[in-house]
Write a protein that binds this ligand. Structure first.
Ligand code: DC
Length: 226
């Protein structure tokens, strides 16, 4: 089995790059942030304080979360049987996801789901702790990053395109807050693995980032483009 881990802060382009590389190499793309987002949404829907571990932990066994792939190979998230893949993408739910992800029991609860994917399939998995915690023996680990301004700009354009009503300043503020929380938490904080390849995409186009990642995948895994 081949596994590629891509970690980095929000908006660094992890999902766009990983999705494209997965397609080019015939790997399964696993977006782990989407799973945390689904738990964040579930708690938000119930009006819970997503920072309150005493409320979130007893809620976990009640949850019915499913990750499925459609005919186009796209990962879709289901909550109690309903496809919530679009609803988990709002700035509000981003923060809820970051909040619940700081709770160690939530991370533990999702550990097997993520590792099982890498046992069954050749994967390219993105997140915050994939190279450090989830797949410490990954064939290739990449830490993908970019300046906060470049990341906020990309996220802003993405949100506007999807019809969200946001300002660039608000996106930058939200992102800095979420980065600080994801990097500062005690359990599995956002961090580069010691053996990760560091890639700064601030001045790179998506195509250039994809090329750089594909080159690394070929070198490290010996896998050829499909
Ligand atoms: O990648 P994303 O922005 O969709 O992730 C949403 C949140 O989930 C992020 O702020 C932190 C958390 N997360 C995490 O803690 N560990 C992961 N492997 C992936 C995401």
């Amino acid at each position: 089995m081949i596994s590629v881990a891509i970690d980095g802060p929000s908006g660094a382009g992890k999902s766009s790059v990983a999705k494209k590389a997965a397609e080019l190499f015939g790997l399964v793309y696993v977006d782990t942030g989407a799973i945390y987002r689904t738990i964040g949404l579930a708690a938000f829907n119930r009006g819970m304080n997503t920072k309150d571990a005493d409320v979130i932990i007893p809620f976990l066994p009640e949850l019915d979360i499913d990750m499925r792939y459609n005919e186009n190979g796209e990962q879709r998230m289901f909550l109690f049987g309903e496809d919530v893949s679009s609803r988990i993408r709002t700035p509000e739910i981003s923060m809820c996801a970051s909040n619940v992800s700081a709770i160690p029991e939530v991370r533990e609860y999702l550990m097997d789901m993520q590792r099982n994917m890498a046992k069954k399939y050749d994967v390219i998995m993105d997140g915050r702790d994939i190279g450090t915690v989830i797949l410490p023996n990954a064939d290739l680990k990449i830490f993908l990053t970019a300046s906060p301004e470049a990341r906020a700009d990309r996220r802003y354009k993405e949100l506007i395109q999807k019809g969200n009503n946001v300002t660039l300043d608000a996106v930058l503020e939200d992102m800095k807050k979420r980065d600080a929380q994801d990097s500062g938490r005690k359990t599995a904080p956002l961090a580069a693995a010691a053996d990760a390849v560091y890639l700064d995409t601030s001045d790179m186009t998506l195509e250039e980032s994809v090329s750089a990642v594909c080159r690394l995948i070929s070198e490290k895994t010996g896998k050829k483009l499909k």
